[in-house]
Design a protein around this ligand. Structure first.
Ligand code: DC
Length: 223
């Protein structure tokens, strides 16, 4: 079985690239950020501060997560409710980043992630896939881009969706999330020693996709 670990900061294009790659290669796409987002959403709904470790840890026994592929797209169920759309907001992204600093949350999600990787050839994206979750992944890619390039892409998506956030707000969020994700003690975002670094600041989607395919093919053919 082949596993491809894709890690990197928020907004580097991991999920859109990984989704397309999974389709092209016939692999299963696993979005681990969606799991953290679902936990973040649960905490917000429960009125807990996502950064309050004890409060969030106390909520974990009430959380059941399930991933399923519906019409080719990954859906995530939080206690049987499909929250795939609800988790795609800045607020839930921030909450996900905050609960991600909680080691109990990470331990809670670790087995689900490893279990999912055993179901077939997978492409898993997150922050600690190559370093913690799948240390023996067949291929590891660390996908990054400058904070300005990442903020600009996200802002353009928001503009297209008619959302009001300014570029400056999006850039501030990107920087705050970088700090939170890379600065935390538990499984911080970092490049695995054996990961291939791909900086997409100057690449468009198709170029990034081609570069990733090349990295994967080289490694898989070399097996
Ligand atoms: O990839 P994303 O933007 O959906 O992730 C949301 C947050 O979840 C991210 O800022 C940090 C956290 N996260 C994590 O800590 N570990 C992962 N493997 C995936 C996401």
């Amino acid at each position: 079985m082949i596993s491809v670990a894709i890690d990197g900061p928020a907004g580097a294009g991991k999920s859109s690239l990984a989704k397309r790659l999974a389709r092209d290669l016939g692999y299963i796409y696993v979005d681990t950020g969606a799991m953290y987002r679902a936990v973040g959403l649960y905490a917000l709904r429960a009125g807990a501060d996502p950064a309050d470790r004890a409060a969030v840890t106390a909520l974990l026994p009430g959380i059941r997560l399930r991933l399923a592929v519906v019409d080719g797209a990954q859906h995530i169920y939080l206690n049987d409710e499909d929250v795939s759309g609800l988790i795609r907001t800045e607020q839930v992204g921030m909450a996900a980043s905050a609960v991600g600093a909680n080691p109990d949350v990470r331990a809670f999600l670790l087995e689900l992630q490893r279990e999912t990787a055993r179901t077939g050839n997978v492409l898993m994206d997150g922050r600690d896939i190559g370093t913690v979750i799948l240390p023996h992944a067949t291929v590891k890619i660390f996908l990054t881009a400058s904070s300005e390039a990442r903020a600009r892409r996200r802002w353009l998506e928001y503009q297209a969706a008619g959302r009001p956030e300014s570029y400056e707000e999006v850039l501030a969020d990107v920087k705050q999330r970088d700090e939170q994700d890379a600065g935390r003690a538990a499984a911080p975002l970092r490049q695995a020693e054996d990961a291939v670094l791909l900086d997409t600041s100057a690449l468009d989607f198709e170029q990034s996709l081609a570069a990733m395919k090349e990295i994967i093919q080289k490694r898989v053919e070399g097996l």
